[in-house]
Design a protein around this ligand. Structure first.
Ligand code: DGL
Length: 276
């Protein structure tokens, strides 16, 4: 098995959790449930979402700037609650910041290798899918488990992040789009599907029933808590929310997803806003 970087150190109390937008909230929610003793700073790069339509260079530059900001805010560890950043920027980041950095791909690939009986589909944005990182990691993990190598089908989905960011899940058009992806997964003969974008767990109310019981779902958001050091619980966990785009829009959507009212503040990045 490949080593997975972790944040299991008692001196890592304040953790920066980062995504391009709302998706990382699926990770944050699990962290708050399992590790309420930590302090969290959530950063959504909403001025530049979706990352899936950007170049790798763009993503690396943005992620390095945001990571630098989170470390400046006192974060002693970082979680890339974003598959694209985990696929493309983690190596660059580890040479840029001097705190431990945990990505989502290692844990998800290991879980997929463990549970599959032969074919894994990975739904991800086009940039993550074309990087081939999931296929590579799942095969390496399978070798480590002495299992025969599964077939891995990486499916690039351009249109799913906007459905989440714009709150359009329960529309006919979104259902139609999700039916198409579910058909691709089923036609590939997949017995396991990785949600290779942290936005995608928020699609499960519609996507889950389309896939049916025969496909095991690997959700990286539920796996990250295993890589933190348990701290004593506080009465209420501390979370600050920062965004590079509109704090009003983010606060409204994040409050809806988390089920409690949050406030966020804007942090202007060096790079101007460039919505695609
Ligand atoms: N939620 C992120 C991921 O896990 C980024 C999605 C995007 O902005 O395209 O890849």
């Amino acid at each position: 098995m490949l080593p997975i970087e972790n944040l299991k150190r008692p001196d890592v109390r304040k953790i920066g959790v980062f995504d391009s937008g709302l998706g990382g909230l699926t990770v944050l929610q699990e962290l708050l449930r399992n590790h309420p003793g930590h302090e969290y700073v959530y950063f959504g790069d909403t001025a530049h979402v979706p990352y899936g339509s950007r170049s790798a260079e763009d993503v690396i530059e943005l992620v390095c700037e945001i990571a630098g900001y989170l470390v400046q805010q006192g974060c002693q560890g970082l979680i890339l609650a974003c598959n694209t950043s985990s696929a493309l920027a983690i190596s660059a980041l580890r040479t840029t910041v001097d705190v431990p950095v945990l990505g989502v791909i290692g844990a998800a690939a290991r879980e997929a290798a463990q549970v599959t009986s032969g074919c894994v589909a990975v739904l991800a944005n086009p940039l993550t899918a074309s990087s081939g990182v999931y296929g590579e990691r799942i095969r390496l993990e399978s070798k480590g488990l002495a299992k025969s190598l599964p077939r891995v089908v990486e499916i690039g989905c351009r249109d799913l992040v906007p459905i989440v960011e714009k709150g359009l899940l329960h529309t006919e058009e979104s259902k139609h789009i999700l039916e198409g992806y579910a058909r691709t997964v089923l036609d590939a003969g997949a017995d396991t599907m990785v949600l290779g974008c942290t936005h995608y767990p928020l699609l499960l109310p519609v996507l889950g029933p389309l896939l049916g019981e025969g496909v095991k779902i690997v959700n990286p958001a539920t796996l990250m808590s295993d890589y933190l050091h348990p701290l004593e619980h506080q009465e209420s966990p501390t979370v600050e929310f920062k965004v590079s785009g509109s704090p009003q829009e983010f606060s409204a959507s994040a409050s809806r997803i988390l089920g409690w009212d949050i406030e966020s503040r804007q942090v202007l990045l060096r790079r101007p806003t460039q919505t695609l």
